[in-house]
Design a protein around this ligand. Structure first.
Ligand SMILES: Cc1cc2nc3c(=O)[nH]c(=O)nc-3n(C[C@H](O)[C@H](O)[C@H](O)COP(=O)(O)O)c2cc1C
Length: 187
């Protein structure tokens, strides 16, 4: 099993990256292959709308998305995480989503493996994890439309300061367990 984590937080080793890392640790514990990308490492531009990816199956922009494209093409599961910023995903996470356009054919079928699963994951300061449910539903629909098999959204609430998620031991344990299930799935 190949599981690709993408952290859409510009805060390196922040709550989102910590939560994704916990899932990925579970994946490797179960014998799967885990790869982590973070927008905090920089060098991911927004889509310029050049439409080259409508003619050839690749993006004109050669930045770190090139590595993310390659990883998503071989992934069994993508863990896509973002902090909630003003009720939505971060701008950096949205840039990655827009660049996913190059993973779609003109008839909107995916260029990645059929059946690739995607786990949407959010961290937020609000303790009420249902607070942004309608937005998370929109994200689910968008990823489904892209051709992913979307897993139930994983939300961590009450995380404000950097690393604060570290105190939520039960939540981290459930993230790790989810990773173990992913890592051993189908083996
Ligand atoms: C610009 C900005 C906007 C935010 N907007 C919200 C928000 O609308 N709702 C919320 O619950 N938390 C909001 N937060 C808090 C973050 O979602 C939260 O602290 C998250 O865990 C940060 O994740 P990170 O450590 O991975 O960056 C915001 C934080 C920032 C910096």
């Amino acid at each position: 099993m190949v599981v690709v984590g993408i952290s859409g937080s510009p805060r390196r080793k922040g709550n989102t990256e910590m939560l994704i890392s916990e899932v990925l640790e579970g994946v490797t514990e179960a014998g799967g292959e885990a790869i982590l990308f973070s927008v905090a490492d920089g060098d991911i531009s927004g889509c310029t709308g050049c439409m080259r990816c409508r003619r050839v199956p690749r993006c004109r922009i050669d930045d770190r998305m090139t590595l993310i494209y390659e990883a998503v093409m071989r992934a069994d599961v993508v863990v896509f995480g973002s902090p909630v910023y003003m009720g939505q995903m971060s701008a950096q996470a949205k840039a990655v989503v827009d660049r996913f356009y190059a993973l779609l054919n003109n008839d909107e079928t995916p260029r990645f493996q059929a059946g690739t699963r995607l786990l949407p994951l959010f961290t937020q300061a609000q303790a009420d994890v249902a607070r942004y449910a309608s937005y998370f539903e929109l994200c689910d629909e968008m990823f489904t439309q892209m051709g992913f098999e979307v897993l139930p959204t994983f939300v961590a609430g009450g995380t404000h300061m950097k690393g604060e998620i570290g105190t939520q031991k039960a939540l981290l344990a459930s993230a790790r367990e989810m990773g173990r299930e992913m890592g051993g799935y189908g083996e």
